[in-house]
Write a protein that binds this ligand. Structure first.
Ligand code: ADP
Ligand code: MG
Length: 363
């Protein structure tokens, strides 16, 4: 076969995007191919976030070029497709906003949210987290920044903004930085709305790949208002396997459907317990298979099952999400897989949202 630019485009065009199960050709992803006698230069654009598929796609291209152009120098550039940002004003620099929600408190919503934020940042993404729980803010504890307060600064355009607290490279804003628990206990109605608008309209996030939003537990008025006001990319629902929690998942899914927010999937937390001294035993303390049943019932993804784990609890209390620590590798793998599955869900949503039926650009 004679090597031509057209062959290169055809051959590379057959490579699949691992998340979307569509070829680079179908995704109109190959932006340019330059072929000289000695080199081939390829430029590809993928739907964001690309951090998790970058190396897979790059090596697939590399392998194909090794096959069809073994004697050429290969230069491969992979970039994000330009996708307009999520929101207006302070949220305008944020590419993806993920709500983490649960029907009731105590299921591990905040633990999953903190590990998700930390897991996303491990791949080099810029990440922020908002702790929207007024009555039980826990992100300050989970990131070891209790007692901090948001500092007000003046932006170049003259507006005043609050700077998020930074820990492990993650930007954090919490209701806990604005009001303390004792004050919060008596806050209602318009005052509450005021605090929320402070979190969403006055915190200066700059540019983020992801903002993880730890929603207050429940499916009441606060949650409805917040999910409507914030331009969410999608929602993750956290539950335990018990029937009593699953009833709340139904309510959560109904709420998100009502406000037209896509559900990325369900995380089942506290799924089982493996004793450290009996690693081949697995105890389903809160029952088995609840998350899977409810995911099937609603046709949504089961993103993963997180064991009950002492190191995870210690990380939460000790100010470092377990995913960042040296502790328990099985627990971390589970959480990393969940992060990856959530990213995959977001890429699918971004593809659906931004795909254009425009003709393939002549290159
Ligand atoms: N998988 C888990 N293993 C061990 N402890 C957990 C796990 N998930 C959550 N916890 C602990 O359970 C408690 C409640 O979790 P939290 O994330 O605060 O729940 P929520 O935000 O839903 O109220 C916390 O003490 C937390 O450290
Ligand atoms: Mg919480």
């Amino acid at each position: 076969m004679q090597l031509t630019k057209d062959n290169v485009i055809i051959e590379l065009g057959n490579i699949q995007d691992p998340d979307l199960n569509l070829s680079l050709n179908e995704l109109n992803a190959i932006k340019s191919v330059n072929l000289t006698d000695t080199a081939v230069q390829v430029s590809v654009e993928l739907y964001q976030p690309i951090q998790w598929v970058y190396s897979d796609v790059k090596s697939a291209i590399k392998n194909k070029l090794n096959e069809i152009a073994p004697n050429h120098i290969h230069e491969i550039f992979i970039q994000e497709k330009d996708t307009p940002n999520a929101g207006k004003n302070m949220l305008s620099g944020i590419k993806n906003i993920i709500a983490v929600s649960s029907g009731k408190g105590g299921v591990g919503k905040s633990s999953i949210a903190s590990n998700l934020a930390a897991g996303l940042s491990l791949s080099g993404a810029k990440v922020g987290i908002i702790d929207g729980d007024v009555y039980g803010p826990s992100q300050p504890t989970m990131f070891g920044v209790t007692g901090e307060q948001l500092m007000i600064t003046q932006l170049p355009d003259g507006t005043q903004a609050a700077l998020p607290i930074e820990q492990f490279g993650i930007k954090i804003a919490s209701m806990g930085f604005i009001i303390n628990r004792d004050e919060a206990a008596i806050v209602r109605g318009p005052m509450l709305a005021g605090y929320f608008s402070m979190l969403f309209e006055q915190v200066y996030w700059e540019n983020l790949d992801f903002l993880v939003f730890d929603l207050p537990p429940g499916t009441g008025d606060i949650q409805l208002t917040l999910t409507q006001k914030i331009p969410l990319t999608g929602a993750v629902i956290v539950t335990t396997p018990q029937e009593i929690s699953l009833a709340d998942v139904r309510r959560s899914i109904t709420m998100f459907n009502k406000v037209k927010v896509d559900v990325i999937g369900i995380v089942e937390n506290m799924s089982y317990f493996i004793p450290e001294d009996m690693p081949d035993k697995k105890y389903y303390i809160f029952g088995e298979g609840g998350g899977k049943r409810i995911a099937e019932e609603f046709g949504v993804e089961l993103l993963g099952q997180v064991p009950l784990n002492m190191a995870m609890r210690e990380g939460n209390d000790g100010g470092m999400p377990i995913i960042l620590s040296n502790a328990d590798s099985h627990q971390k793998e589970v959480l990393k897989d969940i992060t990856k599955n959530i990213v995959k869900g977001i890429r699918k949503l971004n593809y659906e949202k931004y795909k254009v039926s425009s003709p393939i650009i002549e290159i």
